[in-house]
Design a protein around this ligand. Structure first.
Ligand code: RIB
Length: 305
């Protein structure tokens, strides 16, 4: 395997609505879709759809959703030997609301994802040691994330930490042990307590993290592109402009593609440019994983953008 994703899987319950209801109000929404999601699984699927060799360490619940989640990962070629069941729990679910501007609001119920423990990393140790890159997010317990980072450091595996959903009390010492720290602007705001409404503010907030010892900070800025900051460099990658219909999971599309390209080329800027285009392509379709193009569809998108 090239890439190991240690993270969540969720069942996305996506409601398309023009307005969100007020307290006590019942509102009819025009459309609904159910799909496979979870930040970890989304990133794994994006990398696998592009051709990456991906394994996942994850927990499903003891319910009707679980077999479909595992089958979906397998259909996309993700190694699921270490996707195991947490007895007596429900699978993670994510009610998502997409508004008429195509923006998303997400609630998560972590369910079985809460049961992913350091012991699950030990159980997959031999397979993990053979990976070049590990990807982590924060929809699993923090102690598991920290344990995985230490494991990666001991075995010379590169690490991407996507601090999503953001928590203000993230142990920054562990973030500093990662090769890439990849928040979006909202996560950057929560992590730093600093405003991020302009590019200048984003850079100041980013610098405050670099001063604390982060190596490479890659901030995804939605329709404003992305920014790579390190102590030596600052590069802004322009967005690929498209007509968005659903932005859910676009950040995960970016990270999955970035990881795949990084393993393939070792070139950070090239990986960011491809990831930017991949995320843009994903927002032209509805849903999270189901909107991610495979390598052939992505190439067709690149030919016209
Ligand atoms: O980043 C998008 C994802 O966040 C959704 O798929 C949802 O499951 C939540 O984990």
């Amino acid at each position: 395997m090239e890439i190991a994703v240690i993270g969540s899987n969720m069942v996305d319950l996506i409601t398309y609505t023009n307005h969100l209801p007020k307290a006590g109000e019942t509102l009819e929404a025009p459309d609904f879709a159910i799909g496979c999601g979870g930040k970890g699984a989304n990133q794994a699927i994006a990398a696998a759809k592009l051709g990456g060799k991906v394994m996942m360490i994850s927990k499903v619940g003891d319910d009707l959703f679980a077999p479909n989640t595992v089958a979906n990962l397998q259909q996309q070629g993700v190694d699921t030997r270490y996707v195991t069941t947490a007895p007596g729990t429900s699978s993670g679910v994510a009610p998502i609301f997409v508004d008429e501007q195509s923006q998303n609001r997400i609630l998560i119920v972590k369910g079985a994802n809460q049961q992913l423990k350091p012991a699950d990393i030990d159980a997959a140790a031999d397979a993990l040691k053979a990976c070049q890159l590990m990807i982590l997010q924060l929809e699993i317990p923090p102690e598991t994330v920290y344990y995985a980072i230490d494991f990666a450091r001991q075995h010379d595996i590169k690490v991407i930490l996507n601090p999503a959903p953001a928590v203000a009390n993230l142990d920054i010492q562990y973030a500093c042990k990662c090769d890439f720290f990849m928040p979006n602007e909202t996560e950057l705001e929560i992590l730093t307590g600093m405003p991020v409404s302009s590019d200048e503010e984003v850079k100041l907030a980013g610098q405050s993290l670099l001063k604390r010892g982060l190596k490479n900070l890659i901030i995804t800025l939605g329709s404003r592109g992305s920014l790579w900051m390190s102590n030596d460099d600052l590069h802004q990658v322009a967005p690929v402009t498209v007509r968005a219909v659903d932005t859910s999971g676009a950040g995960d599309a970016f990270i999955g593609c970035f990881a795949y390209m990084l393993v393939k080329t070792g070139n950070i800027l090239e990986a960011m440019q491809q990831a930017s285009a991949y995320a843009a392509c994903s927002v032209t379709e509805r849903g999270t994983q189901r909107s991610y193009p495979d390598a052939e569809t992505f190439q067709r998108f690149l030919n016209v953008h």
